[in-house]
Design a protein around this ligand. Structure first.
Ligand code: C2E
Ligand code: MG
Ligand code: MG
Ligand code: MG
Length: 292
């Protein structure tokens, strides 16, 4: 009866599965090399206050500068890194890169806003993480107020108790935490009151749906904002792409925003230009002091 299952008789075998396994294995091997060769780099997407469009932070987003394939977006290697266990090395690399970069910016005299780093769910339930983070801050001489993390609702599925413990330690350390991609997970509301967090990021699918001010989508965003504010959480709108969306999120009283309307994630040097512009906006160089 082996014939029925194909040439080699393996039940459930399909050539595409082997190909996929092979591709993933290749990816894992290459990722290890890339980490060693420093081909994994961090870009920064600026965040702004909604009310005044002042620079308020940046999200650190990892990119793989592949020697043959060019720039590989994180969605194409983070899931594989999670499955292979390489996510730990990857996230430590990102954290270390960000802390070293913050230190260089501080040394260059920049007024550095808070930089947020994404954490995968599995890492949040690693009890060694807070000590590791403190060690990274200390070794680069970076005060904790310059760093924050973004986690997703899947933390709750992968170990709620440990996640709460980790987040409490971050709070004691002075490292804020945002709940990312809010609205795309499950049972959002019950997690919200259990997780000690400071920010909520509304997923860009909701922002992208804000095409007119009266739609049901705007009612959803409005109620997320009200809920967040009643829990003392700041609200960040992600994925702002149009002037109309900008108008709506200001009307809906989101606190901060990021999106292609303002900037894509850019290399560190390009982000420094945003910090330079921000300091000029507040105190124009050479401006005469005003008296009376
Ligand atoms: P995320 O944390 O939700 O990051 C926001 C993603 O939305 C980024 O994609 C960003 O480039 C994109 N984005 C920002 N503004 C807009 C916009 O106006 N329109 C659209 N269409 N997209 C926008 P990116 O950089 O490809 O990252 C994708 C995901 O990969 C991130 O989603 C995050 O979950 C994950 N990721 C990125 N860096 C890291 C990392 O260092 N560690 C971990 N664990 N995950 C990471
Ligand atoms: Mg994020
Ligand atoms: Mg997000
Ligand atoms: Mg997202």
């Amino acid at each position: 009866n082996a014939k029925k299952n194909g040439k080699n008789g393996a039940v459930g075998y399909r050539p595409d599965m082997a190909a996929a396994a092979e591709a993933e294995f290749g990816l894992q091997r290459e990722l290890a090399d890339a980490l060693a060769r420093q081909d994994i780099v961090v870009y920064y997407q600026p965040k702004f206050t909604a009310a005044s469009r002042a620079l308020s932070g940046a999200e650190a987003l990892v990119r793989w500068l592949h020697p043959q394939q060019g720039l590989i977006p994180p969605d194409r290697f983070i899931p594989a890194a999670e499955r292979s266990g390489q996510i730990e090395a990857l996230e430590i690399h990102v954290l270390d890169t960000v802390c070293a970069q913050i230190r260089r910016w501080l040394d260059a005299g920049f007024d550095v806003p808070r930089i947020s780093v994404n954490l995968s769910a599995g890492r949040v339930s690693d009890s060694g993480l807070p000590a590791r983070v403190q060690q990274c801050l200390d070794s680069h001489g970076v005060p904790s107020r310059y760093l924050m993390f973004e986690i997703t609702e899947t933390v709750a599925i992968q170990g709620m108790l440990q996640a709460v413990d980790t987040l409490k330690q971050f709070a004691r350390m002075g490292v804020d935490v945002a709940l990312d991609d809010f609205g795309t997970g499950h049972s959002s509301l019950s997690y919200l009151e259990k997780l000690p967090i400071q920010q909520l990021k509304i997923d860009r699918s909701f922002i992208g749906a804000l095409t007119d001010g009266t739609s049901q989508q705007s009612a959803i965003v409005r109620s997320i904002v009200a809920l967040a504010h009643s829990l003392d959480l700041a609200v960040v709108a992600e994925g702002v792409e149009t002037e109309d969306q900008l108008r709506y999120i200001v009307e809906l009283e989101c606190d901060e925003m990021q999106g292609f309307l303002f900037s894509h994630a850019v290399p560190a040097d390009a982000f420094a230009d945003f910090m330079r512009d921000a300091s000029r906006a507040v105190a124009p160089s050479g401006a005469a002091p005003r008296y009376g």
